[in-house]
Design a protein around this ligand. Structure first.
Ligand code: GN1
Ligand code: MG
Length: 360
């Protein structure tokens, strides 16, 4: 075991005998481990990426306050608050993160056992369940005092801003990679106006700002391995005020894709309409009548916008030398970008069928 991990474990679990520490999950930003003690207790240990999350204090305050609040909501609804949301654990000093001698920041959650996390949808049940869970999540947080939240990443889903950063990266071309992505650059440029649709509607007051999760990937919902029902939503790092369309869209981008996010063969990428519809049903149901007709109408726009935004973000990172997303092979960010753009193209083909009628 690395000395630094030993130091961290001492702060969270003094006196507990640790029997194993191993990699856990498939996140692209933080480093995640599962920890098991001799007494059979299981925890999730995470090294927070502080290049990206600069205000760890604020981040952990969000996590602790929102999970406490959710525990109250879940208990009121008759659910199991201990399995229904994450529980962060304090260090011996009572703080919810520990800064190691090298300046790395760590946190610990209780590990929720007997669940699965899917990097690709296995069936419609999983999409329905995750839609229902994210819809309910939004409903449960409808009265949360949003102004008390720290903005962990400013302009996180500000697609026009993402577009500007992308243009700058193309112009600078610091790694001489732009030529290898000429087709992708042209594809994105041809859709520049579309990056502005949702933010314009927000500015015009036609869409409300809500408390959103902002990273609604299928693998951020822990599911029961037998029933595929949702047990717990994880990854509260980007809970911030945002648009419903983005939360809906990000789940579609990831969960209704017939291929994995970094599939090198884009002919395998497509939008599965049955998976899409299963998510729509769950999400709208979960929101429990809270969505405005305009919000429902713009859900498909959300799916397309965030898929384009994610393509833009992956391509920007590729052009800038792979400094943001963790990669395990060369060209992975370009592959990731290509899957997103292939999915956008397929959404354009299926646009009519993606439309959702608002209930009257
Ligand atoms: C990152 O680390 P992870 O997998 O939870 C990213 C999301 C992207 C996602 C793409 C803070 O999430 O915005 O949608 O990768 N998180 C951050 O898979 O940038
Ligand atoms: Mg995340």
């Amino acid at each position: 075991m690395e000395a630094v991990i030993r130091e961290v474990l001492q702060k969270f679990f003094p006196g507990e005998e640790i029997v194993s520490v191993g990699p856990h999950g498939s996140g692209h930003i933080n480093h995640t481990f599962a920890v098991e003690t001799e007494a059979g207790k299981k925890y999730v240990l995470q090294k927070i990426n502080t290049d990206i999350f600069k205000d760890v204090e604020g981040l952990m305050e969000n996590v602790v306050n929102v999970t406490d609040y959710l525990r109250g909501q879940i208990a009121q609804e008759g659910g199991d608050p201990e399995r229904g949301t994450m529980r962060a654990l304090p260090t011996v000093d009572g703080k919810y993160y520990y800064k190691d001698v090298e300046g790395g920041c760590w946190r610990v959650y209780l590990l929720i056992d007997n669940v699965i996390s899917l990097d690709q949808a296995e069936n419609e049940e999983a999409l329905y369940a995750s839609g229902l869970a994210f819809g309910r999540f939004q409903a449960q947080l409808a009265d949360y005092p949003a102004q008390t939240l720290h903005e962990t990443i400013p302009d996180f889903h500000n697609t026009p801003k993402r577009y500007q950063t992308f243009e700058k990266a193309v112009e600078e071309d610091c790694c001489q990679r732009a030529a290898s992505a000429a087709g992708e650059i042209a594809f994105i440029r041809a859709r520049k106006v579309e990056t502005e649709i949702l933010t314009d509607l927000l500015k015009a007051g036609e869409l409300p700002l809500r408390l959103t999760h902002n990273d609604t990937k299928l693998n951020n919902v822990l599911l029961d391995p037998e029933t595929y029902e949702a047990v717990c939503i994880v990854d509260f790092d980007t809970i911030m005020p945002g648009l419903t369309a983005y939360d809906f869209g990000d789940a579609i981008r990831f969960g209704a894709n017939t291929a994995v996010e970094d599939e090198p063969d884009t002919s395998r990428v497509s939008l599965s309409l049955p998976l899409y519809r299963a998510y729509v049903k769950g999400f709208v149901e979960g929101c429990g009548g809270r969505l405005t007709p305009k919000e429902i109408e713009t859900l498909p726009v959300g799916a397309k916008t965030i898929t384009l935004e994610q393509g833009i973000r992956f391509l920007t990172d590729y052009l800038q030398g792979d400094t943001y997303y963790q990669t395990s092979r060369e060209g992975q960010n370009l592959d990731r970008c290509r899957t997103q753009l292939a999915l956008v193209a397929d959404m354009e083909r299926k646009w009519e069928q993606m439309q959702i009628e608002a209930p009257h």
